[in-house]
Design a protein. Structure first.
Length: 350
């Protein structure tokens, strides 16, 4: 049974923070100026003049402003540290009590989910970054770059290859202002607020959302491919539509050691063709004609890649045959690869 004290705390917290749109606008405006009259608040916000007095009295009841009953009435901001001091302690105590009562629900992992909550989208973005083991692609706004910079730095430090796209380009910090080399392998910037927010870990777990969703717009939505092979759809869209129409603004070189693991044939082929020497690979996937599971291993004898990224193929000499390997939903190649290991001196072991 819920204790009366906990219920009282919840009610107090809810009352303090149950601010309407007018109250939020008025409160932020008064905070910015320190002291205003009701007419000045109406002039600086969209609050109708008849509603201003009710609005500021509601703020006063919550202890967020002081009212000086002069002519005209003066609305004076209360220091937020003082205004929220009472609820701050209540929140800490409330969270401790709620955690003690919390029972984690049994959740069934769905392959595809449509979500309309900004906080849920952000939570999945964090999870994608944290679960990436070897390959991460991202399309972020400048604000999200700041938010996830530490998480990206942690991922990069563990050897994860990170392709980072920032949009809109106009808001992206310059390489002199931001240490892109600490959070990405390659960073590009792209014009337009229509560029979606994207994150894909190891070609599977992925998030696709509109920028409006991150700004908490009413028409927000996000699609989650939770550890599903369908994540290659998001990855393919990123590689062929977004990445190829963006401008490179920073590269930190590629000092990752071999062997390397890839979820994307395009990324694999691009890196191999830019390096000298012999390569050996082991590609796991399926035969495009029979659908049977296949693992082909041997020396890489040829790679084909077009700058449009429409073609990306690797040919492996197994010793008995030369077998062409493509990416997800390959049709021209013999093997549709889901995971590729590449080594320098010998075929890497799985």
């Amino acid at each position: 049974m819920v204790s009366p004290e906990l219920r009282t705390t919840l009610e107090a917290v809810g009352e303090q923070f149950n601010l309407g749109e007018y109250e939020i606008d008025a409160y932020l405006t008064v905070l910015e100026h320190g002291q205003l009259t009701a007419s000045e608040i109406a002039d600086r916000t969209d609050i109708p003049q008849p509603r201003v007095y009710d609005t500021v009295r509601s703020l006063s009841d919550r202890g967020l402003v002081e009212l000086r009953e002069t002519r005209p009435m003066q609305i004076i901001a209360v220091d937020p540290d003082e205004a929220f001091s009472r609820v701050r302690g209540s929140l800490d105590e409330m969270i401790d009590e709620l955690e003690a009562r919390y029972t984690a629900p049994a959740r069934e992992t769905e392959a595809v989910s449509l979500v309309k909550s900004r906080s849920t989208i952000l939570r999945h973005l964090v999870e994608v970054i944290e679960t990436a083991e070897y390959e991460l692609i991202l399309s972020l706004t400048p604000e999200l770059l700041d938010r996830f910079a530490d998480d990206l730095a942690d991922a990069l430090s563990t050897g994860v290859s990170i392709e980072l796209l920032i949009a809109p380009k106009s808001g992206a910090p310059s390489p002199e202002e931001f240490p892109y080399g600490e959070v990405s392998t390659v960073t590009k910037a792209r014009r337009g607020i229509t560029t979606p927010v994207i994150a894909v870990a190891d070609g599977e777990y992925s998030v696709y959302a509109t920028q409006d969703a991150i700004r908490d717009d009413r028409d927000r939505y996000g699609v989650i491919f939770n550890r599903s092979a369908l994540g290659f759809l998001v990855s393919g869209f990123f590689g062929t539509v977004l990445w190829t129409t963006a401008e490179t603004i920073a590269e930190n070189g590629d000092g990752r050691p071999f062997p390397r693991k890839y979820a994307s044939i395009r990324r694999c082929v691009k890196e191999i063709r830019e390096l000298d020497g012999d390569f050996f690979a082991s590609a796991e996937g399926r035969d495009v004609e029979t659908g049977e599971h296949r693992v082909v291993s041997g020396q890489v004898v040829n790679v084909e890649f077009e700058d449009t990224e429409e073609v990306a193929t690797m040919t492996i000499d197994t010793g008995n045959d030369e077998i062409s390997v493509g990416g997800r939903v390959a049709a021209l190649e013999r093997i549709e690869a889901h995971e590729i290991l590449v080594g320098r001196d010998q075929v890497p072991s799985r």
